[in-house]
Design a protein around this ligand. Structure first.
Ligand SMILES: [Zn+2]
Length: 472
């Protein structure tokens, strides 16, 4: 028996739309009372007095055109959160959480180029899956779409073509982390060598522009001394140049867009002076940022609580937030933000909600609870394969897991603990590429068969993430 998703039913311009689950687990869009001109946009067929179309890529595009709230839009300075979904099955549960909390704007479609490579998904796949998921839950309050951690012109073009509107520019590979701690002579030497001509400036110009300046923040003056400015140039100069190239590329595409500048995937915290110099130089080049993702103090590891001094982090949040208010305003973005429940309140307070929360892999790792419950042996196999590829994967991520602590003798009814325990959780968190290659179909089958269970799990998990950002 096919079943209709009651929550999906929506009316627009006299026509009714809903989603149906077919006997074989596939899904179809059903349309009633629509004029022929609307139906012409979809590929499907009449069945009795309704029109039925497969939930495929072409029809996702047509649906975004027919129901404008499914077309990605910019959120500007409004509070927002990106959920990420490597499997393409998590959006219904995400949407339930956003409905429940209220006041937080969703970015369901969000995936980095690295993740798309490992999951063999295109920007269109990511967007289409998010479209069907949002539609299934009857989400009508608008959606964003984040082309996350973009490092090349090619992938920016692909994401723009697919319909993404939020571009996370990541020139972090060009950061010189050693310059964070180099002695002053080395910093001077490094800074002098950096070519800033594409920003129509030079290191000497930058020094004369900022050294000795004071930024009046709410909590007091921030003095930009010469050494700190030089250090900012030495550390972030090449990233600034590369970032501007990527931004100019986006601006040249002629698409609706908003920009986040992300230097979070680096080893050393972003200094306050670095924040000021980077943003002011981008602004001088005519760039308007909507969001900035610094590297905060402490450790932001995948899928686990914040590791570090929470009071120091709260101070770090408020320092950067004060700068963002004076120079912008623009949002501050909290990356690797999943499962860090203890720090959301201080982040929201510091930014006054001019904030973006970004989670990527937590929907993947949590999905493995459903796998553990229904096929414990598959979960063991997933862990084994993740361990095989761990040395290769761990380079891309910040992790503190110790594989020797992972138990290998858990009975079926306790296998789910492997999803909770830090060591096995992190190993599986980053092992998704190889695991999906090998077991993707079986995992997706389990999640599709038990989709209500997965949605309920996602709902609770994301309420815990976004409630501190929501209506209070
Ligand atoms: Zn990030």
């Amino acid at each position: 028996m096919s079943t209709d998703y009651a929550a999906s039913r929506v009316s627009h311009e006299g026509a009714d739309y809903w989603l149906r689950r077919n006997d074989d687990g596939t899904k179809s869009l059903v349309i009633a009372h629509a004029p022929q001109a609307v139906l012409d946009g979809f590929s499907g067929q009449a069945e009795g007095d309704v029109f039925v179309a497969p939930a495929d890529a072409d029809n996702a595009l047509a649906l975004r055109k027919a129901l404008p709230w499914l077309t990605p839009r910019r959120w500007g300075l409004e509070t927002s959160a990106g959920t990420g979904d490597r499997l393409g099955l998590a959006t219904p549960g995400h949407a339930q959480a956003f409905k429940d909390v209220g006041g937080v704007n969703p970015v369901f479609a969000q995936q980095s180029t690295r993740e798309m490579g490992r999951t063999h998904r295109t920007p269109r796949n990511v967007l289409d899956d998010a479209t069907w998921g949002a539609f299934q839950e009857g989400w009508t309050d608008g959606v964003g779409a984040d082309a996350d951690h973009q490092k090349t012109e090619e992938s920016l073009s692909e994401c723009a073509e697919a319909g993404f509107v939020f571009f996370t520019i990541d020139p972090g590979d060009g950061m010189d982390m050693a310059a964070h701690d180099d002695d002053e002579a080395t910093v001077r030497e490094k800074a002098a060598r950096i070519d800033l001509s594409s920003l129509d400036t030079s290191t000497d110009d930058v020094v004369s522009r900022y050294a000795g300046q004071t930024i009046e923040l709410e909590s007091g003056p921030l003095v930009l001394d010469e050494e700190s400015v030089l250090r900012a140039v030495a550390k972030a100069g090449p990233a600034l140049v590369r970032g501007l190239e990527l931004i100019k590329h986006v601006e040249g595409l002629g698409v609706e867009h908003e920009l986040e500048f992300a230097i979070d995937e680096t080893d050393k915290p972003t200094t306050l002076v670095e924040h000021v110099v980077v943003v002011k130089e981008l602004q001088r080049a005519g760039v308007e940022l909507i969001s900035f993702a610094p590297r905060w103090v402490g450790q932001f590891e995948k899928g686990v609580e914040y590791i570090g001094d929470r009071a120091a982090l709260a101070k770090n949040f408020s320092d950067h937030a004060e700068i963002a208010r004076v120079l912008g305003p623009y949002k501050l973005s909290l990356h690797s933000g999943s499962d860090k429940f203890s720090i959301y309140p201080s982040f929201v307070e510091a930014t006054r909600g001019v904030a973006h929360l970004k989670t990527a892999g937590t929907s993947w790792i949590e999905a493995l609870r459903i796998v553990a419950a229904h096929d414990p042996q598959l979960l063991r196999d997933i862990l084994a394969l993740s361990l095989d590829s761990f040395e290769e994967n761990r380079h891309s991520y910040h992790l503190s897991c110790d594989t020797s602590r992972i138990p290998s003798d858990l009975p079926d009814d306790r296998v789910g603990e492997l999803v909770t325990e830090l060591d096995s959780r992190q190993v599986m968190h980053v092992g998704y590429g190889a695991v999906l290659d090998e077991y993707g179909t079986r995992i997706k089958d389990i999640l599709t068969t038990h989709e209500d269970e997965y949605a309920a799990l996602m709902k609770e998990h994301f309420i815990a993430h976004i409630a501190p950002f929501g209506k209070r």
